[in-house]
Design a protein around this ligand. Structure first.
Ligand SMILES: [Cu+2]
Length: 156
């Protein structure tokens, strides 16, 4: 009788161990596949003013990018002709966190509407697809954005 109880306890221990192992493996692998990214909208970062914390972001199709309104007075606006074909307009409200789920592969160019000439531009490459790179190269930027855009586009 005593022996049977010990065997039962051992069986329960093994089962618990296996479940723990399976669950932790599941969560670890699913976490490594989640590639959602957060970009902060900032008044200042190091020596730059009016800036997205990450200027280039790479995600997989179906991932979401979150823009955090860490500082006020900013937004996110997709640039006309700066997104893959079939992508609609996107312009977020000022002073608010925003997000966008990228379902169409390609390069997305965006800026902050009031600071689009001050270098507050950003790019999202979705699904490692650069088929609209030529269209991106033709985009017209002004002032500081014009200065920094070529290097950024070259490193897409
Ligand atoms: Cu801004």
């Amino acid at each position: 009788m005593q022996k049977e109880i010990l065997i039962m306890i051992n069986l329960i221990k093994k089962t618990v161990f296996i479940f723990t192992f399976l669950f932790s493996t599941y969560f670890l692998t699913s976490a490594s596949f989640a590639a959602d990214v957060t970009v902060e909208m900032l008044n200042k970062l190091d020596k730059e003013i009016m800036v997205f914390s990450k200027k280039i972001v790479r995600v997989d199709v179906g991932d979401t990018v979150f823009w955090k309104a860490t500082d006020k007075g900013h937004n996110v606006e997709f640039i006309k002709k700066g997104v893959p074909e079939g992508v609609g307009k996107f312009k977020s409200k000022f002073n608010q966190d925003t997000e966008y789920k990228f379902t169409i592969p390609g390069i997305y160019a965006y800026w902050c509407t009031p600071h689009k000439n001050m270098g507050m531009i950003g790019f999202v490459v979705v699904g490692d697809d650069k088929s609209n790179l030529e269209a991106i190269k033709k985009l017209r930027f002004s002032a500081k954005s014009k200065k920094i855009a070529p290097d950024l586009i070259n490193s897409l």
